[in-house]
Design a protein. Structure first.
Length: 258
């Protein structure tokens, strides 16, 4: 469907249900990707498949950079292991591993910059996976370099060892820091509030006006009651589906748990 307005969603759905509140919420924030992503984490799969289908060049590039960030230390460690198994002084791959780590370090710097600009709470498992995929292979590479490759660390090759160890230290610090930032979002619901705060006031007022107009249309069409419409209009930005249809979300929430 080419018409992706909120009005078209109201027209499309004959019997309004919990998933449709999530679809309306996600579609209302389509022009503000950071806010929509915060809601995608909480939304049911049916709503995400229907409303979060666009592929953006920026998101693709960010995903590719993240994948490289994860695999670069592993590739470097694998090259070092292969060298130990049958390499020579002429193909000592520490520089190769160091270059990969340096490039991934730039991706790390960008990720941390984005985390500073758009602070979000992340999952403990996500932090653990990302950090250990740098710490473990980094230490493995360093161990091989200072044992089997000790005599080959001259002529500046040792600089790459410093790069790899620096990366290990940075990710160890990230692991210790944990999943949240002091005075920042502490859970996925705080992420929603934070993402809404980052929206320019003029843009947010336009989003809310369109959302409330869609709610009024739902009442006028008899798809929801006037009482439900009043409750919906009273919800804060980003909290429409979390309030009206929390049980449909992927992370169940009730307002009395706030």
């Amino acid at each position: 469907m080419s018409d992706r307005t909120l009005t078209s969603l109201v027209d499309e759905v004959d019997e309004w249900g919990p998933v449709d509140w999530w679809r309306l919420e996600l579609r209302s924030f389509v022009t503000t990707p950071y806010a929509q992503h915060a809601l995608v984490v909480l939304a049911p799969k049916e709503a995400v498949r229907a409303e979060h289908t666009g592929v953006r060049a920026g998101s693709c590039l960010q995903s590719l950079a993240y994948m490289f960030l994860l695999v670069a230390p592993l590739v470097g460690a694998a090259a070092m292991l292969r060298w130990v198994a049958g390499g020579s002084a002429f193909d000592f791959p520490l520089a190769f591993a160091g270059v990969l780590t340096l490039i991934s370090f730039l991706a790390t710097a960008w990720s941390e910059y984005q985390r500073f600009r758009h602070p979000r709470a992340v999952s403990q498992s996500g932090i653990r996976t990302t950090t250990l995929m740098h710490i473990v292979p980094g230490l493995f590479t360093a161990l091989i370099a200072i044992t089997a490759g000790r005599e080959l660390l001259g002529d500046g090759t040792w600089v790459w060892l410093v790069v790899i160890l620096a990366d290990v230290v940075v990710y160890a610090a990230i692991l210790v820091r944990g999943v949240t930032i002091k005075d920042g979002p502490q859970n996925p619901h705080d992420n929603v509030d934070q993402s809404v705060k980052e929206i320019p006031p003029s843009t947010l007022s336009g989003i809310m006006a369109e959302r409330d107009a869609a709610i009024d249309l739902l009442v006028a069409r008899g798809k929801i009651t006037a009482d439900v419409g009043a409750e919906a209009r009273a919800t804060a930005p980003g909290w429409l589906a979390l309030t009206l249809a929390p049980q449909a979300g992927s992370a169940y929430y009730r307002p009395d748990q706030a």
